[in-house]
Design a protein around this ligand. Sequence first.
Ligand code: DUC
Ligand code: ZN
Ligand code: ZN
Length: 477
Amino acid sequence: MRILIKNGTVVSATGRGAADVLVDGETIVAVLEPGSARLGFDLEGSVDTVIDAAGKYVIPGGIDAHTHMELPFGGTAASDTFESGTRAAAWGGTTTIIDFAVQRTGERVQDGLAAWHEKAAGNCAIDYGFHQIIGGVDENALAAMDGLIDEGVTSFKLFMAYPGVFYSDDAQILRAMQKSADTGLLTMMHAENGLAIDVLAEQLVARGKTDPYFHGIARAWQMEEEATHRAIMLAHLTGAPLYVVHVSAKQAVEQLAWARDRGQNVFGETCPQYLYLSLEEQLGASSENWGRFEGAKWVCSTPLRSRAEGHQDSMWQALRTNDLQMVSTDHCPFCMKDQKELGLGDFRKIPNGIGSIEHRMDLMYQGVVTGELTLERWVELTSTTPARMFGLYGTKGVIQPGADADLVVYDPNGHTSIGIEKTHHMNMDYSAWEGFEIDGHVDTVLSRGKVVVDGNQYLGAKGDGRYLKRGLSQYLV
Ligand code: DUC
Ligand code: ZN
Ligand code: ZN
């Protein structure tokens, strides 16, 4: 199948220009000056499908490098399967995900990874890779980490939060980071001081402060700043490259900037919820249905932060200045019924997570509309840097001959209304983004040369997506 996308403005991380994109099979074979006449033959007549992108942007498909499909967590499991979650991703212009395989204390890393392959294989609408959560750093886990690179899993995540679940103490972190420095595996860190947070949470509940809002009070920004600093110092000592996930506190960004200015290989992502939503709105959230519990829909960790304290502005700024390099979703959806409701009367029991995989490209494009980001930076944050950071660049994250034909035709004159009855395809009974209006629209999505979304039609299929063996990070200094 040969496809020509003509008349569009091709946008990359470094510029934009009028160009036609020729796809043959699964691959981009040419990026051409607009108009085929000068080639001396009828290019349009030689292809099976012509997509007219006049007035629209043609961008590399989005890469969401932080998702949790089917994650068993908080007494339940994330409500999107690989099938439903990757379909929703495709609807929203994301053509690659990197999900987190899980190993817990006492389990074999190989078994955790195999279980994730089992969940995903044959079910995904788009291509997918894995990071490895190491929830129990012991001799066996450390030895098994040597084998991850051969499996195409070139990054692992540790948690300084969630004692008794995924938590690693400093000794475990040190050992795992030594392995990271030896092998080139990228250390990803959930940087919050979980031991102190659990004490604060217990004290709040004992005083009757049980509403969802208090989740954010217990997980104070000092807990994120301190853990981020500690992770940076351990990374400095060991020489491990460090990537801090879901950064939400401005003080944590300051730590990252400080480390980067010293020349350390330290990176960070934020997520749409830390750019748009706030603790104040969570306090105000109430409805007839859910009473004071509605704020549960925004319970995630790290938590939403105070707008009055300037955290959201600081995230946008850091995205501009490259103190933060990427935007992922941390897609970890739960329904309100039977899932978030587990925490009625005790915020500690609310499963932590927000579903956003379908809306990341749109929400970040709105940052272009409002002047927070340039068009090029939008592409860089959502596709090109994720590809480079996680060893996919060249095949993914770029429009050039030889790259996979993962392409999105984005209409800046279109409009997207977000909500459970509107654009929502995620397996959730509410939307954390209800009522958000976007001045743009994902029109057409190609995944490895197959048109999977065409306007309001879904043409993809379960099993279209392939496992991606990733290389080492291409972003290190
Ligand atoms: N944070 C969340 O909100 N959900 C899943 C795990 C995490 O760290
Ligand atoms: Zn996390
Ligand atoms: Zn996560």
